[in-house]
Design a protein around this ligand. Structure first.
Ligand SMILES: Nc1ncnc2c1ncn2[C@@H]1O[C@H](COP(=O)(O)OP(=O)(O)OP(=O)(O)O)[C@@H](O)[C@H]1O
Length: 232
């Protein structure tokens, strides 16, 4: 899988927020995406998933233009968004949540990630099958949201600050799981984070955005040689 953004311009109404954002992401790679509040991180993810129109530039998935496709068609192609605030069904049990999304995403045939695969990948979630999602801890809810995104044929998961509200040890545990599962399944991820050190631990690439423009886009190794804070 290759997800490529070429000179993306996108925003709200007539107003452009993103100023020619370009990046490339391949199978199993994690892209850590940093920037101060209001810099354009969420706007980038919204343009990738199709919540706002791409005004200029191109978005390609394995060479296919997807920037004019509706959200549903991008979801069907395996681009998934985990919005800030989690995106779970608070009143449903873990089992029912998983079953509903599995039914929607796992039509018979094909090599899809189903409910048993998700429980095998996330054994601690399997133990919570009968718990009500809204009553889980923040970390457990975030794991459930990640599990829901994995059902079907995910290729690129867009994670919007998954660490919000989590204790530091739970952040490390969640990020460890994301790294392990993305690597094992060959699923890529774009990770918006303010917890920079934790995100750097699991990243392959780093991007920093400032006022809608990318001011750094390089490998983790390159990012480690610079003072990241100087780019904010
Ligand atoms: N729905 C909207 N309508 C109009 N302008 C918006 C909308 N959402 C965001 N913006 C503006 O777009 C710019 C970029 O916002 P964006 O949410 O992408 O920033 P961000 O980097 O994700 O910040 P944060 O870390 O606070 O989430 C900001 O100037 C913001 O005010």
């Amino acid at each position: 899988m290759t997800l490529e953004a070429r000179d993306l311009v996108a925003g709200y109404g007539d107003k452009a927020i993103l100023d020619k954002v370009s990046f490339t992401l391949k199978d199993g790679e994690i892209l850590a995406f940093f920037g101060h509040n209001g810099a354009g991180k969420s706007t980038t993810l919204k343009a990738v998933i199709g919540l706002i129109p791409v005004q200029e530039g191109e978005l390609l998935l394995d060479g296919e233009r997807i920037d004019k496709l509706p959200i549903g068609a991008r979801l069907d192609r395996g681009i998934k968004l985990l919005p800030e605030g989690r995106g779970i069904f608070p009143d449903l049990s873990v089992k029912d949540s998983i079953d509903i999304v599995a039914q929607r995403n796992c039509t018979p045939g094909g090599s899809k990630i189903g409910r048993d695969d998700v429980y095998a990948l996330l054994p601690n979630l399997a133990k919570l099958r009968n718990s009500v999602a809204g009553e889980l801890s923040g970390g457990q809810q975030q794991i459930l949201a990640f599990a829901l995104a994995l059902l079907g044929s995910p290729r690129c998961i867009l994670l919007e600050e998954p660490s919000v509200g989590l204790q530091p040890d739970l952040v490390e545990e969640l990020f460890g799981k994301i790294r392990e599962i993305c690597g094992r399944l060959g699923v890529s991820a774009i990770l918006i984070e303010h917890k920079i050190a934790s995100a750097m631990n699991i990243a392959d690439h780093v991007m920093i955005i400032n006022s809608g423009r990318l001011v750094f886009n390089g490998s983790k190794a390159d990012a480690e040689t610079i003072n990241l804070w100087g780019y904010f």
